[in-house]
Design a protein around this ligand. Structure first.
Ligand code: NAD
Ligand code: TYD
Length: 349
């Protein structure tokens, strides 16, 4: 008998990589991808799986109790890997309610459904979360699993809240849960509201590169495929009730990262060296902008033997190549509603 594994948010950036990995590596799993297909969800991310036997898609909003329960009744769900979320900090600043609804209420609806209808004694509810729940760091130190939660943005507050509900369902109802908190991901299929694909798209189109503040904020970048491999190992071998931090040990100041991107893009686009640097424009900083994120992933490395597979230079080049080679995808997601999003967030910044 195949195990039915429900992956939520599988049409998004990270979710599509996780779905593909699980469908391809585990023929004994039936992967059910539950996704509402918001602006960030795109079935074009998964066209290669459309006719694959152990893959099923269901369009469903996790805030709709009846629709979620119907899926749990239709399939005997062994385990859940929960990625569906509103994920962009800037959108959370302009519209926090959407984040409470999907990230907090939606997560509790899924927990309830798993508690009521989850089928297997050896199953688990895996919540995919972010390092942003820990707040911000100064120049030194790293987040560990015992760093106190201290979220600053509506996005991170909603993810922190959902983590707490997942823990609470473990303590209160003995639900078998596991949580991971990961640093910033980069890679193919990321919606171009996030730093790297937004800058790639703008460089390509000779548009200004909006760097918030002075560009001194620091992020710890991990290749999305390495996040997917960490999720795989934690899902299968992580201890119930535990949290694991995931990170790439790869810190970059935003401005340095944008400089590197400009250099590579000039080379790939056959532009004179330094040309794209002229597009850099410093804009009003993000409200409540966390200064630095850095992850200590030693628990995951020591306990479960995980480590990132790709050096940043290699992963970054691959990523840039993907966006340049997949013009149709990039143009598709940047037409229509993206234009009004971009105007609203950047025109008068
Ligand atoms: P994304 O925005 O690219 O994708 C989110 C997916 O969730 C989309 O497919 C969307 O359609 C779906 N979704 C949104 N609301 C929904 C709802 N109400 N019902 C059902 N589906 C809904 O996000 P991502 O970057 O792939 O992030 C995935 C998960 O990983 C999130 O939980 C996020 O908090 C977490 N995370 C992201 C990063 C990162 O760098 N992107 C880092 C750490 C953790
Ligand atoms: P982002 O990709 O939105 O991820 P997060 O806020 O979750 O870390 O942003 C990464 C960093 O880049 C963050 O410090 C904000 C900055 N940034 C810009 O400077 N300009 C931009 O247009 C965007 C989207 C982000």
């Amino acid at each position: 008998m195949k195990k039915n594994i429900l992956i939520t948010g599988g049409a998004g950036f990270i979710g599509s990589h996780v779905v593909r990995r699980f469908v391809n590596r585990y023929p004994d799993y039936q992967i059910i991808n539950l996704d509402a297909l918001t602006y960030a969800g795109n079935l074009a991310n998964l066209t290669d799986l459309e006719t694959t036997e152990n893959y099923t898609f269901r369009k469903c909003d996790i805030t709709n109790v009846a629709d979620v329960e119907a899926i749990f009744k239709e399939f005997k769900i062994h385990s859940v890997i929960h990625l569906a979320a509103e994920s962009h900090v800037d959108r959370s600043i302009t519209n926090p309610i959407d984040f409470v609804m999907t990230n907090v209420v939606g997560t509790v609806i899924l927990l309830n459904a798993y508690k009521q209808y989850g089928e297997a004694a050896d199953g688990r509810f895996y919540h995919v979360s972010t390092d942003e729940v820990y707040g911000t760091l100064g120049d030194d130190g790293k987040f560990t699993e015992t760093t106190p939660y201290d979220p600053n943005s509506p996005y991170s507050a909603s993810k922190a809240s959902s983590d707490h509900f997942v823990r609470a369902y473990h303590e209160t109802y003995k639900l078998p849960v596991v949580i991971s908190n990961c640093s910033n991901n980069y890679g193919s299929h990321q919606f171009p509201e996030k730093l790297i694909p937004l800058m790639i798209h703008n460089i390509k189109n000779n548009k200004p590169l909006p760097v918030y503040g002075k560009g001194e904020n620091v992020r710890d970048w991990l290749w999305v495929e390495d996040h997917a491999s960490a999720i795989d190992v934690i899902f299968h071998e992580g201890r119930i009730g535990e949290t694991y931090n995931i990170g790439g040990n790869n810190e970059w100041k935003n401005l340095d990262l944008v400089h590197k991107l400009c250099e590579i893009m000039d080379r790939k686009l056959g532009r004179p060296a330094g040309k794209s640097l002229e597009l850099i424009t410093f804009v009003t900083d993000r409200a409540g902008h966390d200064f630095r994120y850095a992850i200590d992933a030693s628990k995951l490395e020591n306990e479960l033997g995980w480590s990132p597979s790709v050096a940043f230079d290699q992963g970054f080049e691959k990523t840039i190549d993907w966006y340049l080679e997949n013009e149709e995808w990039l143009e598709g997601v940047t037409s229509g509603a993206y234009q009004s999003y971009y105007s609203e967030h950047y025109d008068h910044r």
